[in-house]
Ligand binder design. Structure first.
Ligand code: ZN
Length: 115
């Protein structure tokens, strides 16, 4: 892969990473331990029974969104790490180069189309 394409894909990854982090920060708190690790916030809006039900409902909704966003964020962080160590763009499974069009569609792809 040439440097220009790599840079282009890196920019795509960084842009998506920024968007994911922004969305995550609205519903979750980043954990200190590891980059890209979030904990869904639990908004304590009140203590009566109705407030508690709303809190739990919101928390459950946020939790499933958070899991999806966090999973995607982890994939992006891993892809950026692969760019650093030079293994980016190769299929995790068969070790062949991943098609550039596939990477353009999903720069965090770990496997080729066949795998
Ligand atoms: Zn493969």
């Amino acid at each position: 892969m040439d440097a220009k394409t790599l840079l282009e894909l890196k920019e795509m990854l960084l842009k998506e990473k920024g968007e994911l982090e922004e969305n995550l920060s609205r519903i979750a708190k980043p954990m200190d331990k590891k980059e890209g690790d979030y904990e869904t916030s639990f908004d304590d809006i009140g203590t009566d029974r109705e407030d508690n039900a709303t809190e739990v409902g919101e928390y459950t909704d946020n939790l499933s969104v958070e899991v999806t966003l966090e999973k995607r964020l982890q994939e992006i962080i891993e892809a950026l790490a692969r760019m650093e160590d030079g293994t980016y763009g190769f299929c995790e499974n068969c070790k062949k180069e991943i098609d550039i069009e596939r990477l353009r569609a999903n720069p965090a792809a770990k496997t080729c189309i066949k795998c």
